[in-house]
Design a protein around this ligand. Structure first.
Ligand code: SF4
Length: 469
């Protein structure tokens, strides 16, 4: 059978800077990241980007007899970048049919009309306007040459260096938090298979699998290898974006080393992005950070006061407020620091976000710093998702969201804090587009009960209004 090139061809008459825009506008499901980005999971295995959730979407070494995931700590970055897997990802993104690993984005677009894919395309298109190196790399996505052997290096890197963390957020899991791993091991060891079959399922099936996964993998050594630092060295001079998360990235020493390697390579133009829970302030991290031209701090805040302390256990709001003040004070003196706040939108906070908006609005005005807020709809674990909240409750709350947006926007200066139409839409669509599942509702309360017993909290009482019947 004749081989058919799966790529959609970008018209040759387009000028260079318009070619990627054409691809974004005309190729369904097109994403620029396979030409720019690599992401490491906490054990060093590689994905295309951080939005990919499922384990079967790892970047694989398919050229040897036994297929295995590439690992950033043990494989050469050039080989990973030019692998058959990456070529396949690029061809799929150019085919208009999408790539199997990117389902999270396509689902999110159906439910909320937004996705990381859309956000990434938009932000890199803006970046290419002011950076010719970025433009050159992005144009590779529109040429018809062999996608496997593209003449470039990744210019964007997303690192998750292990699971060292100082929090046990209720939506997190052992692979991303060392403290959750400890807590769940303890609960598994000390809990019997009791009368609540849903608690048994969570503790002795789901959590047992998760702690086994952690025990069976390397979350410490892969980012201390020569190969890891060789890979960083290869891309350090030309990297345009480093995103790091955790665990809590400001605690992880290898992050300081990577920042230092960028500084040593003279690459202060690399945009540094990181997500922090703001529980601690680590000067070794922030001192290096302040030497870069462009920084984006993404604060994870799921709520304030008792809701915030419950969801992001064991956060103390007073420490958190101090660290946010400290950060905004620095940002107010830096021209190119961007402050974002991401909230994991879930069953336990979907109707508690107004105090957070008021706080962010006041802080943004106080420090004269723009703060951009965005809700990330939670999909896993399912019992914490909006599927667990009776649909009438969510639909009733839509009007409150719309009223709250108006109240906030009436008081806000658009330059500082603003709930945009797109943000409101993403929030409202999430409330509307989840079917209610009674089984998940019951499981949510079994989960809250397990946490209450382990942590001495009162989640079952706090969230009693969510009960289905
Ligand atoms: S389509 Fe979505 S999941 Fe796929 S690479 Fe782009 S941002 Fe990541």
């Amino acid at each position: 059978m004749e081989w058919v090139d799966p790529k959609i061809h970008v018209p040759d008459d387009k000028i260079a800077s318009d070619r990627v825009q054409w691809a974004v506008n005309n190729i369904p499901k097109f994403c620029i990241l396979p030409w720019l980005n690599l992401h490491t999971t906490p054990n060093g295995e590689i994905k295309l980007c951080c939005s990919i959730q499922t384990h079967n979407s790892l970047v694989m070494d398919m050229e040897n007899k036994v297929e295995r995931p590439f690992n950033f700590g043990y494989d050469d970055i050039t080989r990973i970048w030019n692998s058959d897997y990456m070529a396949n990802a690029r061809d799929s993104h150019r085919s208009g049919l999408g790539f199997f690993a990117c389902d999270e984005c396509y689902i999110s677009e159906e439910r909320t009309a937004h996705s990381p894919r859309m956000g990434q395309n938009e932000s890199w298109l803006l970046r290419q306007e002011v950076d010719q190196d970025v433009q050159k790399t992005m144009e590779l996505s529109t040429t018809n040459s062999d996608a496997a052997r593209i003449d470039s290096k990744p210019i964007s890197l997303e690192l998750r260096l292990g699971n060292q963390c100082n929090l046990q957020c209720i939506s997190c899991w052992p692979m991303s938090s060392s403290l959750i791993d400890d807590e769940r091991r303890d609960i598994i060891a000390n809990s019997k298979h009791d009368e609540d079959p849903l608690a048994t399922e969570i503790i002795h099936h789901q959590w047992q699998r998760e702690v086994n996964d952690v025990a069976g993998t390397d979350l410490r050594e892969w980012f201390d290898t020569d190969q890891f630092y060789d890979n960083i060295r290869v891309i350090a001079p030309s990297l345009k974006r480093l995103y790091t998360t955790g665990g809590e990235p400001t605690l992880i020493k290898a992050n300081y080393k990577v920042l230092q390697m960028l500084l040593d390579a003279g690459n202060t133009g690399c945009r540094i992005e990181f997500t922090s829970n703001m529980k601690t302030w680590n000067s070794a991290f922030y001192d290096r950070l302040e030497q870069f031209d462009e920084v984006e701090v993404q604060m994870s805040i799921d709520g304030l006061d008792e809701i915030g302390e419950f969801l992001r256990y064991p956060t103390k709001m007073t420490e958190f407020y101090d660290n946010v003040d400290r950060l905004l004070r620095i940002a107010s003196e830096k021209e190119n620091w961007t402050i974002k706040v991401y909230t994991v939108l879930q069953a336990c906070n979907y109707n508690h976000l107004m105090p957070l908006w008021e706080y962010l609005m006041n802080q943004s005005h106080r420090y004269g710093v723009n703060i951009n807020w965005w809700p990330i709809t939670l999909y896993m674990p399912k019992y914490l998702s909006l599927h667990s909240v009776p649909k009438e409750q969510r639909l009733d709350y839509v009007k409150t969201v719309q009223d709250n947006v108006k109240i906030i926007n009436d008081q806000c200066d658009i330059e500082y804090f603003w709930i945009s139409e797109g943000t409101e839409q993403a929030y409202v669509e999430s409330l509307i587009n989840h079917d209610y599942d009674d089984y998940l509702n019951k499981k949510l309360f079994s989960y809250l009960d397990i946490l209450d017993k382990s942590r001495g909290t009162n989640g079952v009482e706090m969230f009693k209004d969510l009960r289905g019947d």
